[in-house]
Design a protein around this ligand. Structure first.
Ligand code: FMN
Length: 371
């Protein structure tokens, strides 16, 4: 694409929080597994985020905030004071580049594995329904997902309190925003979707009930951050982690309508189908979200510079998050600005591998990855 002369994507966004995104390119949350066994954000992580700080907003990799929430080897966490201190350095480095940063609060739910828990307890979920795929363990092996333990109704206030405590740690670390990860088949998404929620208490059954836990989490974290500093991520179309249902398009219309009540900083929606589509019903489209949602929308999934420009120009999105394009192109914004061709996709073998190769040392080609 030739250099844009009147690019909406590269124009600043005056956000309702009073903060300004210097452009509308957002780094999508990307788990990279580069924080080692301690899961304390380290120098390598700092260099990685700093290199991408030409984006107007960075959303961190999913950060777990309790033993129960943890489910991915080497993912940076926000559970301990040491981890908070590690994040502070990253937040400061990103701010020094004139960018904004949000942590993504991640409870992995049934997509965890007992081997990740200090007490070897089973992963938790709304219902005892396993993901039909294999869990990646810390030693690199893969095993079928376990049948999760359904959370007791009486435990849910504690889960909500864990989110609130995580928001407090995020505030201490200096994050501008927090994003509640409610997508991709992790805990909150499994409460929303009928395919994974067969509860018979007030957190299951109707869509009103399935929304209840998210509503309580939002009520709790907005006591810590103003609502317009809190984002939420939804994936109505995804199949990843055995998700998706024929009722999704209708249910998510309802959820997004309910989310209007909160005046959040953003709704981050994987409207594209490029990360897998469940094919059980029709896809939920970005313009449907726009039709009901009154606050900022971040669109994501499979966007290119051209389609992102179009989504913003149409008014359907306020900003667009890019995931895979950022892996091998830390300078994605500069490339968009200058019209420079993007590097080829980062080989999947380097998505989560430890070390600098394919992380801070990019680009890497398929051939180089195999060396
Ligand atoms: C390596 C990798 C790690 C990811 N980790 C996360 C994550 O931690 N949290 C999340 O919400 N989505 C995660 N995603 C999904 C991305 O944020 C994004 O939705 C997806 O890549 C589709 O956008 P894209 O087409 O721009 O890549 C991940 C995707 C990839 C490829």
């Amino acid at each position: 694409m030739s250099p844009p002369t009147s690019s909406k994507l590269l124009s600043a966004l005056e956000h309702p929080s009073g903060l300004t995104l210097k452009n509308r390119v957002v780094l999508a949350p990307l788990t990279r597994g580069r924080s080692g066994a301690s899961r304390v954000p380290n120098d390598l992580n700092l260099a990685y985020y700093k290199a991408r700080a030409s984006a107007g907003l960075l959303i961190t990799e999913g950060a777990s905030f309790s033993q129960e929430a943890h489910g991915w080897a080497g993912s940076a966490a926000i559970e301990t004071q040491e981890q908070v201190e590690g994040w502070k350095r990253i937040v400061d480095a990103v701010h020094a580049e004139g960018s904004l940063i949000s942590v993504q609060l991640w409870h992995t739910g049934r997509a965890a594995h007992s081997s990740y828990k200090a007490d070897n307890s089973l992963p938790v979920a709304p219902s005892a329904i396993a993901i039909q795929a294999e869990a990646h363990l810390a030693d690199g092996s893969k095993v079928p997902y376990e049948v999760p333990r359904p959370l007791e109704t009486s435990e849910l206030p504690r889960v909500v309190a864990d989110y609130k405590a995580a928001a407090e740690r995020a505030k201490e670390a200096g994050f501008d925003f927090i994003e509640i990860h409610s997508a991709n088949g992790y805990l909150l998404d499994t409460f929303l979707q009928s395919v994974s929620n067969e509860r018979i208490d007030s957190y299951g059954g109707s869509k009103e009930n399935r929304f209840r836990l998210i509503g309580e989490v939002l009520d709790a974290v907005t006591q810590v951050y103003p609502a317009n500093r809190v984002g939420i991520r939804l994936s109505p179309n995804g199949v990843f982690n055995s998700m998706g249902g024929a009722d999704n398009a209708d249910d998510f219309t309802y959820y997004i309508t309910r989310l209007n009540e909160y005046g959040l900083g953003w709704l981050h929606i994987l409207d594209g189908l490029a990360f897998g589509f469940h094919e059980k019903g029709r896809p939920f489209m970005l313009l449907e979200a726009r039709a009901v949602y009154k606050h900022p929308i971040l669109a994501n999934c499979g966007y290119t510079q051209e389609t992102a420009e179009a989504a913003i120009a149409s008014g359907n999105a306020d900003a667009v998050a890019f995931g895979r394009p950022f892996l091998n192109n830390p300078d994605l914004v500069e490339r968009f600005r200058s019209g420079t061709k993007l590097n080829e996709s980062l080989p999947m073998s380097l998505w989560y591998s430890p070390g600098a190769k394919g992380y801070t040392e990019v680009p890497v080609t398929e051939e180089e990855a195999a060396e």
